[in-house]
Design a protein around this ligand. Sequence first.
Ligand code: ZN
Length: 682
Amino acid sequence: MRSSWNDDDAAAAIDRYGAQGVGEDLALRTYSARLLGSDPTLVLHGGGNTSVKTRARGLFGEHIDVLCVKGSGWDLATIEPPGHPAVSLAPLLRLRGLDALADEGMVNAQRQNLLDTTAPNPSVETLLHAFIPSKFIDHTHAMSVLALANQPDGPALIEQLYGDRVACVPYVMPGFALAKAAADAFDSRSGLEGLILINHGIFSFGDTARQSYERMISLVSVAEDYIAAYWTRPDGFSGEPHGLSVAACFPVLRGLLARHAGDRWPSRWIFDCRATAETRAVVDSPRLADLASRGVATPDHVIRTKRLPLVLPPLQGPLEAWLRSADKAMQDYVVDYEACFQRNAAQAATPKTQLDPLPRVLAIPGVGLIGLGAGASEARIAGDLAESWAATLLRAEAIGRFEPLGEADTFEMEYWSLEQAKLGKSKEKRLARRVVVVTGGGGAIGAATARAFAAEGAEIAVLDVNGDAAQTTAVSISRYALALTCDVADPGQVRAAFDAVCARFGGIDILVSNAGAALTGMIADVDPAVLRASFELNFFAHQAVAQAAVAVFRAQGIGGVLLFNASKQAINPGADFGAYGAPKAALLALVRQYALEHGTHGIRVNALNPDRIRSGLLTDKMIASRSTSRGVSEAAYMSGNLLGQEVTADDVGQAFVFSALLEKTTGAIIPVDGGNVAAMLR
Ligand code: ZN
């Protein structure tokens, strides 16, 4: 691997941060920490940590020697100067004289000595950074080094490859004991460039930011070069599955997860499937069961991935048979996880509370590795770590045998209070863990609806006949929103779009069937072709997407919500709008029929009747001409309702969200029109 150090960029960082009052040491620390963070083969998602020893000024103008060390919650890829809070160095160094120090005492001592009391907690590896005297220290979980550090003969191999450049530290859990062991290893030999922590990762150090960073690159390159002699990265994969499609199996799997979650654990999970050459090399291996039983590449990952992935059978039909064996595999996983908890909690010094027993990574032959999470962002982290696990494992097996940390030590890490603190403890949003499909999501109402659901924590799939418009909405939501071009009047396109949503997120929880268009003309004169086209879009398309959604809901078996955009036309027709109102009136019958037939499946079905919303159906030009013909101002026309207020696309979006949240309401038709007696249901 090559150094990405660039003198011009480093100088620019000194200038940029200097203008914010940040000193050169911390500016360069931030610059090179970000270089490490930008390479996923070195660190991933909050992994790794970095430090610099420098001087700060106290309230009386005195100099204080400080350690600026990565604070919790910061990611090296995006770290800024406040991400390395300053801790007084002298009190930390005194701690080395203690024989032992419990984690809580260590965290407390670190916080006590922060110069800024509002700063985040310094890294759990702070004392290691303090006890090693080098000015700059870099720590990563580099994949290639982990392939060496997880070998049965790791220390001998490392000595053979690195000679006097590094010392090995046997596995100790992060904290005070590891800091002392690492410092002792550092003191045992002069001229060291780094330490390799068996089953964990690598540290490098130097007098300058550049020296420490480039030693990391050089030490990792030694591992890469050694591995390259035994192994070449697969550049593709073949052997497509197997009769059953991912789109058919993921919702079934999602339902299985819910069944095994029971009432005690969260039932809905979001998927992130990784089908790469390396993940396929692992899941398609005849030794998959063995490989999947080994453990995580570095214990830091266990809180995101659990120790073991769940191995599922290859996707071979019939679906019923596959479902039975997947069910059995998941049952065994849950039983094994709980047994593992009992076994290890009984040995633990402090009482432990069991976490959910569900897997975070699924391994399916012919498919890949699938990360699971409460949302797309968490699923992505599990997916990234699963990919990194596969890559490390393949390299380790090529040069010997992948033999990572065992069950007991990994358990200790998974249930370590300081690791648990890294997981978000904040309350989930009301629609977290839900996947919402919005048709016509490129238009004003669809886009506002998609954003309203996203704001409640849902994952969003935006369907629109205009792919660019769908994309615009998706981009306005987040990197995780999915945009799909789909003409809902074409059943083939509907099936393809729903399959794509299931393959991406694992399933669907809520459908907002919103796409529509107003076709006009006096009903006695209307061209039959126009009327039929209107029925295609304003009735049959709703039926097609509802059928597709219900098929997914049934596969999952965890209920679902169908929401329709009807129209006040369905209740209170306007002249010349018969071709639009007739299919919308039929749509209300559809709502009631679905509500009637699927209540027992936990599927709720509701519709909104919005009216007079500024959108593609009611353009500014139409508003101008209608208000002129009625002799009122545009504002008066738009607010011509009982509340005297214009109703917006955002109001409709909010109404869709609320109707999705009404847990005990189905078959309801809710007006969103500011109040209109003629459009009231009776
Ligand atoms: Zn680490």
